[in-house]
Design a protein around this ligand. Structure first.
Ligand code: KG4
Ligand code: ZN
Length: 330
């Protein structure tokens, strides 16, 4: 069975072809560089860029997979949450293909897709498990008692983890998206240079505004040449604080639910310090951790296709009334 996966919820235009037996046949991702000068995603620019890019990306995905449209068995598309104008571009293309090819259309929740990215490369990962979802828009711990069943254990009260990386990078004048830049810079820095605060919010909730403010205050109150000289140390110290709480709470959540598996999903899941620290501390707690490879942590079409194959196997499809839902619930 061949499923096309389309993802346009934010600033990546992505299309993939997935074979349910052979796996990913193609996975084309076009990241919008247009936003870097603004330090964040500009919704109007995002939707206009998706419009320009979606058809070339679709054609590339089909030709890389050596698959023609007529061979497809289903079209999966992210329908929320995300930027409404961006979501609508992917949904419109998916609906046109669904209508003209007369094959099933499957609207997919973006976070469900991220969780399925971990399953794509780890077929042995099956529920029950705890998923740590860390992206630019979400920071959540979710318990999956079964595939497709989501019990949210806790979310961020303010900024998402990825948002904190992006804001701190902008503050340090490093560019956008900040996560990968801080990650690279931190490799050369001392994580103990500054002890930035770990948020103490209850249970499985998170908060990143205090950490962000602590970095802002440090930078404001320090001479510019000291900041410049210690950029990698500041990045490493911030990253250590940001990652530390994610690791601790993920392990606590696994213990609370009495499960031995944690799956990591979302763009911040590509962070090398998070991956190493979680693996190390989870091993001590007798818990296994499952990651998508870094390229499948950030937005992509393959994860949407994988979630689509799952929903299709349950007979859950969408009609031409499928709409973008910017605040879609899991
Ligand atoms: O999942 P994603 O591609 O899009 C959303 O659904 O939001 O996540 C994007 C976020 C951005 O905030 C980006 O800075 C962050 O993931 N990110 C990282 C890394 N790679 C991407 N954060 C920390 N370390 C990384 N290596
Ligand atoms: Zn995402």
């Amino acid at each position: 069975m061949l499923i096309l996966g389309i993802e346009t919820s934010c600033d990546e235009t992505a299309v993939a072809v997935l074979d349910d037996i052979q796996g990913i046949l193609s996975d084309i991702i076009s990241s919008q560089l247009e936003h870097s000068q603004y330090g964040g995603v500009v919704p109007e620019i995002a939707s206009r860029t998706h419009l320009k890019t979606i058809l070339p990306v679709l054609e590339k995905a089909l030709s890389a997979a050596k698959v023609s449209l007529s061979q497809l068995d289903g079209i999966a598309v992210t329908c929320g949450p995300g930027l409404v104008g961006s979501l609508l571009v992917g949904i419109s293309v998916a609906k046109a293909l669904h209508f003209s090819l007369a094959i099933p259309l499957i609207g997919i929740h973006h976070i469900e897709a991220h969780i399925f990215a971990a399953i794509l490369e780890n077929p042995e990962l099956s529920p029950p498990f705890v998923a740590l979802v860390v992206s630019g828009g979400h920071t959540q711990l979710i318990f999956l008692p079964a595939f497709g069943v989501y019990e949210i254990l806790g979310s961020t009260r303010d900024d998402a983890a990825g948002e904190a990386f992006d804001k701190v990078a902008a503050l340090l004048g490093l560019g956008y998206p900040g996560g990968p830049i801080i990650n690279r810079l931190a490799e050369k820095g001392d994580p103990e240079f500054m002890k930035f605060p770990r948020a103490s919010v209850k249970d499985f909730e998170f908060s990143y505004s205090g950490l962000k403010t602590a970095v802002v205050n440090y930078v404001k109150n320090s001479p510019a040449d000291i900041v410049r000289r210690h950029l990698s140390d500041i990045a490493a110290s911030f990253q250590e604080a940001a990652v530390d709480v994610l690791v601790e709470k993920s392990i606590q959540a696994a213990k609370h639910k009495d499960v031995e598996k944690i799956a990591v999903a979302g763009g911040v899941g590509a962070n090398s310090r998070l991956r190493n620290l979680l693996k190390e501390r989870a091993a001590k707690a007798g818990v296994s951790v499952f990651y998508p490879s870094p390229v499948l942590c950030t937005d992509n079409g393959a994860m949407v296709a994988k979630a689509g194959a799952f929903r299709l196997s349950l007979g859950q499809t969408s009609g031409l009334d499928l709409n973008a839902n910017p605040r879609m619930k899991l």
